[in-house]
Design a protein around this ligand. Structure first.
Ligand code: BG6
Length: 487
C-alpha cells in the first residue's frame, strides 16, 4: 500500500535566529560586550575556507583599542532590537507558528559575573516575548548562541574554566524563572559540538590561554563544562516550570565514507561521533564508551568532578534539536590529507552533490538519513531548528527578488522531512534559519543571505535597513498555510 506523506497537525513551522546576528544595539540597554562584538568580517576570498577566529587576548584588546577603524558587523546586526515589532508582523504574515530567538547573555549579565541581573535587558525580552505571543507565535528560546560575555573570555579563558559553569547557571536560572509563563520551549547550547572548530566564538577560549599542544584537551574540557552547564539548565527548567520542554542542540552532521574501503567507513564512524558524543551525553546522560579510547589516544585527561556524573545522568533533555545544512565526506588518513583532528567539518568533495557558493554540499536525502539515525539512537522528539541556503540575492529594478534557488533547496529538504516522518521519526517542528536576512555566523557577511525577507544592508554596513519580501516569502507562506502539502 502507498505510504501517506504528511506533517502532523500541530507541526511547529517557523524561523530561527540568534541575538548576536540580528539585534545590534550592542551598547544599548546596559548590554555588555560579547565575544561576537569583536569579530570582523572574513575576507571575501576566504569565504570557502571554514576558518573561525581563535585570537589571543592581545589581539582582542588591540581590536578594542582600535574600534573606530574596524567594523564589527555583529554589533549592529539588522537592528532587530528596535525593529522587532515590524519584523514580527512580517513573521505573522508568513504564518509562523513559532520563532526561535536567543537571549543575549550580555543583556542580562553584562560581564557575566554580576550578582544581580540587568533589569533593562530582562524587560527587553519581556516585551519581545509578549509581542510574539500577541501575534500567536510560540517562542523557542536558546540560552546560549555564541554569546558569552567577553569578560568571561578575557578574565577566565572562557568555558575551559569551571567558574563559567556557575556564572552560566545563574544566568540560566534568572531567565528561566523570569520567563516561565512566556516560554514553553528552551534550548540550552546552540550547536554545542561547534566548539570543536570554533573555540573562541563557541567557547570563549583564547589562543594564549591554552597550553602549547593542549588545544584538544582544553576544548574537550570546555565542552565538558558546557555539558554540565546544559544539564544544570535542564535541571533548573524542570524545577521552575514542569510544563516547559528543554532540548539540546547540535550542528547536525552526517559523515559519509569517501569509498567502500573499510577504513573509510570507519573514518566516517569516527567523525560521526564528533556529533553524537554531544547528543549522547545530553540525551543518555553519560559519556559514551568510545570516548575513552579517543581521550587516551589524544592524551586528554579531563577534570571531571565526582558530582558531574550525577548531574549528567539525572537531567536528560526532553527533545533533541539540530541544525542541518550539508553533509560531509570522511576518509582514512592517507587520503584525507590535512584534516585536523577535532575539526567537525571536513572538506572532501562528494561527486554526487552540488555545493552552495560558500562550498557547503547540498544534500536533502542526508537530512532524512540523519533524522532516522538520531531517532533510532534516542527515541526522543526531534526538532529541526535550523536549515537553509546562504546565497547571493539580486534585487531587480522593481525591487523583487527571485530566489528560486532558495525555494528549491528548502522544498527538497522539507520533502525529505516528510519521508522521515513516514519512516517513524517523531519530528515536532521546523524553523528555517534566518527567515529575515542576518549577519552570517562564520563570515560576518550580509551578502550570505538566508531570508524570505530581504534586508537592505551591505557587507560594509551601508543601507536603509528596509525590509522587503522575496519570492520565497510567498512560497513559505503557502507551505505553512497548507501544513507542508503545497511545496
Ligand atoms: C549555524 C549557526 O552554524 O549555522 C547559525 O547556529 C549560523 O548561527 C548558521 O548563522 C549558518 O551559518 P553561516 O555561517 O552561514 O551564518
Amino acid at each position: 500500500a502507498n505510504v501517506t506523506l504528511k506533517f502532523p497537525d500541530n507541526f511547529l513551522w517557523g524561523g530561527a535566529t540568534a541575538a548576536n546576528q540580528i539585534e545590534g544595539a550592542f551598547d544599548e540597554g546596559g548590554k555588555g560586550l560579547s565575544v561576537d562584538d569583536v569579530i570582523e568580517r572574513i575576507k571575501p576570498e576566504d569565504r570557502k575556507k571554514l576558518h573561525l577566529p581563535f585570537p589571543t587576548s592581545k589581539e582582542v584588546k588591540d581590536a578594542l583599542a582600535d574600534e573606530e577603524n574596524r567594523h564589527f558587523p555583529k554589533r549592529y546586526g539588522i537592528d532587530f532590537y528596535h525593529r522587532y515589532k515590524e519584523d514580527i508582523a512580517l513573521f505573522k504574515e508568513l504564518g509562523f507558528k513559532t520563532f526561535r530567538i536567543s537571549i543575549a547573555w550580555t543583556r542580562i549579565f553584562p560581564n557575566g559575573v554580576e550578582e544581580e541581573p540587568n533589569e533593562a535587558g530582562l524587560a527587553y525580552y519581556d516585551d519581545l516575548l509578549d509581542e510574539l505571543r500577541k501575534n500567536g507565535i510560540e517562542p523557542i528560546v536558546t540560552l546560549s548562541h555564541y554569546e558569552m560575555p567577553l569578560h568571561l573570555s578575557l578574565e577566565y579563558g572562557g568555558w575551559k574554566n569551571r567558574v563559567v559553569v556557575d556564572h552560566f547557571t545563574r544566568y540560566a536560572r534568572t531567565v528561566l524563572e523570569r520567563y516561565k509563563g512566556k516560554v514553553k520551549y528552551w534550548i540550552t547550547f546552540n550547536e554545542i559540538n561547534s566548539i570543536l572548530m570554533s573555540p573562541f566564538i563557541s567557547g570563549g577560549m583564547l589562543r594564549d590561554k591554552v597550553e602549547e599542544g593542549k588545544l584538544l584537551e582544553a576544548t574537550f574540557q570546555a565542552a565538558h563544562h558546557q555539558l554540565v552547564a546544559s544539564a544544570k539548565a535542564v535541571e533548573a527548567c524542570h524545577e521552575i516550570n514542569p510544563e516547559a520542554q528543554i532540548g539540546c542542540m547540535v550542528l547536525g552532521m552526517i559523515n559519509y565514507p569517501d569509498s567502500p574501503h573499510p577504513e573509510d567507513v570507519h573514518a566516517a564512524l569516527t567523525d560521526q561521533r564528533k556529533t553524537f558524543f554531544f547528543t549522547d551525553v545530553q540525551a543518555r546522560g553519560h559519556y559514551p564508551a568510545y570516548m575513552n579510547r579517543f581521550f587516551k589516544e589524544h592524551d586528554i585527561e579531563l577534570d571531571i568532578h565526582p558530582e558531574d556524573e550525577h548531574t549528567l545522568k539525572n537531567n536528560l533533555v526532553d527533545f533533541v534539536s539540530l541544525s542541518y545544512y550539508m553533509s560531509t565526506v570522511s576518509a582514512r588518513p592517507e587520503t584525507a590529507g590535512e584534516q585536523a583532528v577535532g575539526n567537525i567539518l571536513t572538506n572532501l568533495k562528494n561527486p554526487y552533490l552540488e555545493a552552495s557558493d560558500w562550498g557547503w554540499q547540498i544534500d536533502p536525502v542526508g537530512l532524512r538519513t540523519l533524522l532516522n539515525m538520531f531517532y533510532e539512537r534516542y527515541e526522543k522528539p526531534l526538532f529541526i531548528v535550523e536549515n537553509g541556503l546562504g546565497a547571493f540575492d539580486k534585487v531587480e529594478e522593481d525591487g523583487s527578488i527571485h530566489d528560486d534557488y532558495r525555494i528549491d533547496y528548502l522544498k527538497k529538504h522539507i520533502e525529505q522531512m516528510k519521508e522521515a516522518i513516514a519512516d517513524g521519526v517523531e519530528l515536532i517542528g521546523y524553523t528555517a534559519w534566518g527567515p529575515i536576512d542576518l549577519v552570517s555566523f562564520s563570515t560576518s557577511e550580509m551578502s550570505k543571505r538566508y531570508g524570505f525577507i530581504y534586508v537592505d544592508l551591505d557587507d560594509e554596513g551601508n543601507g536603509t535597513l528596509n525590509r522587503s519580501k522575496k519570492d520565497s516569502f510567498y512560497w513559505y507562506q503557502r507551505v505553512i498555510g497548507s501544513n507542508g502539502e503545497e511545496l
